[in-house]
Design a protein around this ligand. Structure first.
Ligand SMILES: Nc1ncnc2c1ncn2[C@@H]1O[C@H](COP(=O)(O)OP(=O)(O)O)[C@@H](O)[C@H]1O
Ligand SMILES: [Mg+2]
Length: 290
């Protein structure tokens, strides 16, 4: 199983669109695919109707798995998308893992300092141990279903916080795709992501996090875009990756496809569909080189 995650702490750069399109292309090519939506905005879950509405707290979600201890296999939905999906939940916005202590946990020990000490130490040990901590929970759960899929693909929230950290540690090797716009702030986004990756790998030398490539989206055929292709490719190379050769043009076909809840394969994708097809080929080449 290959674990793929679409990441960029900026929103609106095309993560969800690329995640949905790649998942669909993999599925059409006979791969067994599971998509996990970890963005509390639920864009992907809503667009494929895995979430009934933004305030759906009933349908099992990745929140049920991470916070309410539902087994991950019970959160999987099989829809007419062809790929399986685990939906997101807007309560993920405020979830940052279990805190070290809450007042009501320690109150029972107010006359028992030794008991309190033991309780705190037990909890600290549990939260520090990768076989029981919260940050590796996604990984522990994914391990239980990994054999059923060729690809597990995570769509993430625009943030470098707790959820993203969990995703970056969700398999022994995590492959990232970073969609970006042709603009200066994208350079900053690539460098900040690299810093997060290095911090995690410094804490756990066995964790591999690989940026498969940076995907330029909403590309316009002008000199500024061309300049940024080169500049961003230089930045990507300084952190050991590169831009995909394929760029995705800015096209109204995409918001239309998303809005009408169709896909890019219904014959209306035009140039963008063929660009995504060539991105797909590059993706397969890069993943096979792993
Ligand atoms: N190549 C493109 N051209 C024009 N609009 C696009 C393109 N890719 C994505 N969009 C639109 O931009 C918005 C943000 O895209 P989305 O994939 O949701 O980004 P993210 O997940 O990074 O927030 C959506 O409305 C989407 O339809
Ligand atoms: Mg998104």
């Amino acid at each position: 199983m290959h674990l793929i995650a679409f990441v960029n702490q900026k929103g609106g750069v095309g993560k969800t669109t690329a995640c949905r399109t790649l998942s669909q292309m993999l599925e059409k090519n006979g791969k067994r695919v599971l998509v996990i939506d970890l963005d509390p905005q639920q864009t992907l879950s809503l667009s494929v109707k895995a979430t009934a509405n933004r305030f759906d707290y009933e349908t099992p979600s990745i929140y049920s798995v991470l916070v309410e201890n539902l087994q991950i296999k019970n959160a999987i939905q099989t829809l007419d998308t062809g790929y399986d999906i685990i939906r997101s939940d807007n309560r993920l916005y405020s979830y940052n893992g279990e805190g070290i202590l809450k007042m009501d946990e320690v109150m029972p020990f107010k006359d028992d300092p030794q008991g309190m000490y033991n309780y705190i130490m037990n909890k600290a040990n549990r939260l520090a141990d990768p076989s029981t901590d919260d940050k590796h929970k996604l990984r522990r759960e994914i391990e239980t279903i990994a054999e059923y899929y060729d690809f597990i693909i995570c769509d993430t929230n625009p943030d470098l916080g707790w959820t993203l950290t969990s995703v970056l540690m969700s398999a022994p090797i995590v492959n990232l795709i970073v969609p970006v716009f042709a603009e200066d702030s994208s350079r900053e986004a690539i460098i900040a992501l690299d810093r997060s990756i290095k911090t995690i790998m410094a804490h756990d030398l066995s964790q591999k996090i690989n940026i498969l490539g940076v995907l330029l989206t909403k590309y316009e055929n002008n000199n500024l875009s061309k300049h940024y292709y080169k500049a961003l490719n230089n930045t990507a190379q300084t952190i050991g990756t590169s831009l995909f050769n394929t760029v995705i043009s800015k096209s109204v076909a995409i918001p239309e496809a998303m809005a009408f809840k169709n896909d890019l394969f219904d014959g209306r994708g035009g140039i963008v569909l063929s660009q995504y097809e060539s991105f797909y080929k590059e993706f397969i080449e890069r993943i096979e080189k792993q």
